[in-house]
Design a protein. Structure first.
Length: 242
């Protein structure tokens, strides 16, 4: 599976009377070099809990040293480091940047017992043997700082990435990817499950690579193409779509 090779950063404006929440959720985007695409995200009131994900923006490609520096910042400057947690109307004042890349990487999902509920099983993510999904993107931090500068705000990192070295994503891709045969994929170019041609898979799980942008239009286009290849419904039709 893949994650769009992304990182999430944010800026919290210091002006308490500012309301950035009005308008389309994503209304602007830009490319930062050839491999990086950035979108701006407005935060609805229902997502205000995200403030507790946020901490000080710290640069360092080495996970352990970065975590130590973040924790050190909290110890030395607790009030400044926890500004997002205490911010009035955080959802109105925050802008989250989704920084996505086409750089290839992957993760694994395993069906196993959950450490927080050992009496049942569930999907658990694991680091893949290939290039792992990133937890730090220098371009993401640079973009957050520039946004904070022009909006008179405070740049923020997701603490799960900066402290726990966890890859966070809004775009899970792959898992049932398109391939030329059952050895290279799960469905064929017409989205038919290998060995079970009456079962069609048409969501993001069939995308075989990081697209580097919000995949919603890609998913829609692939689903519409797949539906155009489905024969007219008849009394003998038994196709299942998932």
């Amino acid at each position: 599976m893949r994650t769009n090779s992304e990182a999430l950063v944010a800026s919290l404006t210091q002006d308490e009377d500012t309301d950035l929440s009005k308008g389309t959720t994503i209304s602007s985007d830009f490319y930062f070099g050839e491999d990086t695409h950035i979108t701006q995200n407005r935060i609805p009131p229902s997502q205000a809990f995200m403030r507790f994900y946020m901490g000080p923006l710290v640069d360092d490609p080495r996970p352990l040293r970065r975590a130590v520096r973040v924790l050190g910042r909290f110890i030395r400057h607790l009030l400044a480091s926890s500004v997002a947690w205490r911010a009035k109307d955080w959802g109105k004042r925050a802008t989250v940047l989704t920084v996505m890349q086409v750089v290839d990487n992957a993760l694994k999902m395993r069906w196993r017992r959950l450490w927080w509920a050992p009496w049942r099983k569930g999907l658990v993510s694991q680091v893949s043997k290939s290039e792992r999904s990133p937890t730090y993107l220098a371009k993401a931090n640079q973009a957050a700082r520039e946004l904070a500068k022009v909006s008179h705000g405070t740049p923020l990192n997701i603490l799960g990435e900066s402290v726990a070295n966890l890859s966070l994503t809004a775009h899970i891709l792959g898992g049932c990817i398109i391939g030329k045969d059952a050895q290279s994929g799960v469905v064929d170019s017409r989205h038919r499950l290998f060995g079970y041609p009456d079962i069609l898979v048409v969501d993001a799980s069939v995308i075989p690579a990081n697209v580097g942008v919000n995949p919603s239009l890609t998913i829609t286009a692939m689903a519409e193409r797949c539906m155009s290849l489905v024969p007219e419904k008849s009394d003998t039709s038994s196709t299942t779509i998932i």
